[in-house]
Design a protein around this ligand. Structure first.
Ligand SMILES: Nc1nc2c(ncn2[C@@H]2O[C@H](COP(=O)(O)OP(=O)(O)OP(=O)(O)O)[C@@H](O)[C@H]2O)c(=O)[nH]1
Ligand SMILES: [Mg+2]
Length: 459
């Protein structure tokens, strides 16, 4: 056990040697077991019967305790600190059979390694200063990214671009604080910092930088989390047909009978990089059928938890009182009325169903107006397709940046309106602390536990 200088005094780094299968469960061409810790090279020697050479691919036999052959494969050895975790790391590349991998893992356990917890490799990499916290989070985001744009944005954060930007802002804040504190400490120098327009300018600049980074990260947050879109409406309005159209697949059952869809059906689609979880639901109506009633109560739950609701109306049938009642309670900012079956009517724009909600016109049968729905979803989600500048950020980062921005605003106010240098310095200190949390000089094991718990085993 050693204390890590970067992580603060209450953090203790476990240095026992850990192992895990790092490739996905199931059968594959190769499977990789990664071992990290001070015993890594010793273990490789015990399993292969030969000494390992640093950073060289070695074709070796993998042996059981009784000398029998488990498999043959490649061993790689990365001595500390030049490894992912910053510790000694050994990788065993065997055939990708779960049985073989588990035999190898059991052998390693016999030899005294402990199975790694989820995210433990990356946690060690963080504690050994190989990655900052935002980068560690980007590792999971990259692995879990559901679209190419999300993966690119995660890579941008992982390579440290996001942290670098946050760092630059912290630096500006620190310099400003030092300047203000100097002015307080040496009043005889007569640095009239209150009259110094440069200070006001720097404050403004810092807030602008923060706003810009927050904007880029907000879109990135959407990218990471995706949005949930629920298709609701009366039976037979064409919800399932619209669902299938948007999903570009024949996923939900469509029939001319009202009440076809009973259970919610969902599929995740990629809308220009934005992951959209699309949910088809049972049509809303008063009904005594028990199964359909349950379906309808699921529709209501789905509508409640949706980011956006597409409320479908059959244009030929027109809007009815029930539609109006349903629409009334939906937030206009996150609901769109979709007039479907416009192929069946003469005029393209039927009467408005609501004054407040936006409306669009489609035919799920012919595909008319479908492209526009994708655009509407992006607009409501606030998703700008500016792939260059997105960071796959987390709500944790967003709130830290917003807090920092508020502290800087307070500092600005303290100086300009109250001439209170001490207060301003304190606010800047708090702003800096807040931003520090993004890169992570974490003060508690709890935050780390929370972050790394979301990793998969072997990462
Ligand atoms: N002409 C025309 N028919 C459509 C259109 N969309 C759906 N339909 C037809 O309308 C009927 C009902 O379609 P569904 O997609 O099953 O409707 P739904 O809203 O899912 O119905 P429930 O699951 O019963 O609530 C089917 O016969 C579809 O072929 C459209 O745009 N134009
Ligand atoms: Mg349906």
């Amino acid at each position: 056990m050693v204390h890590h200088p970067k992580a603060g005094s209450d953090l203790i780094v476990e240095t026992d040697t850990i192992a895990a299968i790092s490739t996905p469960a199931g059968i594959g061409g190769i499977g990789v077991i990664r071992v990290s810790g001070s015993k890594a090279s010793e273990l490789a020697h015990a399993i292969t019967g030969k000494t390992v050479i640093a950073r060289q691919a070695m074709f070796r036999s993998f042996l059981n305790g009784n000398g029998s052959l488990i498999d043959k494969g490649i061993v790689l050895f990365f001595p500390a600190p030049g490894s992912y975790t910053g510790e000694d790391v050994c990788e065993f590349h065997s055939h990708g059979s779960p049985v073989v991998l588990n035999l190898l893992l059991s052998r390693l356990q016999e030899l005294g390694v402990r199975l790694a917890e989820p995210g433990e490799y990356t946690r060690r990499a963080f504690l050994n200063g190989k990655l900052d916290l935002a980068q560690a989070e980007a590792v999971v985001d990259l692995i879990n990214s559901s679209t190419a744009v999300a993966a690119q944005s995660a890579m941008r954060s992982l390579s440290g671009e996001f942290s670098e930007r946050a760092h630059q802002i912290v630096e500006k804040i620190v310099n400003l604080r030092i300047f203000i504190e100097a002015a307080i400490d040496f009043p005889e120098e007569e640095i009239d910092f209150l009259a110094n327009s440069e200070i006001a300018l720097t404050m403004k600049q810092i807030r602008q930088d923060l706003t810009e980074l927050i904007d880029q990260s907000t879109a990135g947050c959407l990218l990471r989390e995706g949005i949930t879109v629920v298709i609701a409406g009366r039976p037979n309005a064409g919800k399932s047909s619209l669902f299938n159209r948007l999903a570009l697949q024949d996923r939900a059952i469509v029939t001319p009978h009202p009440g076809t869809t009973r259970d919610t059906v969902d599929v995740t689609i990629d809308v220009s990089g934005l992951a959209v979880r699309l949910i088809d639901t049972a049509g809303l109506r008063e009904i005594s059928d028990e199964i359909e009633q349950e379906g309808i109560s699921r529709t209501r739950q789905a509508v409640k938890s949706a980011d956006i609701v597409l409320y479908v109306i059959d244009s030929e049938q027109g809007v009815c009182d029930e539609d109006v009642q349903e629409i009334e309670v939906l937030d206009p900012a996150r609901c769109v009325i979709v007039w479907n079956k416009t192929d069946l009517i003469e005029e393209t724009r039927p009467a408005l169903a609501s004054e407040t909600h936006s409306q669009t016109y489609v035919s799920a049968l012919t595909g008319l107006g479908i492209e526009k729905i994708y655009k509407i979803l992006q607009r409501i989600a606030g998703y700008e397709v500016n792939e260059e500048g997105l960071f796959l950020a987390r709500r944790r980062h967003l709130s830290a940046m917003k807090r920092a921005s508020e502290f800087v605003a307070r500092a600005q106010d303290a100086l300009e309106r109250q001439s209170a240098g001490e207060l301003a310095a304190q606010d800047l200190w708090d702003a800096m602390k807040s931003l520090d949390q993004i890169m992570g000089t974490p003060s508690s094991d709890e935050l780390l536990g929370e972050i790394f718990a979301n990793f998969c085993i072997g990462k």
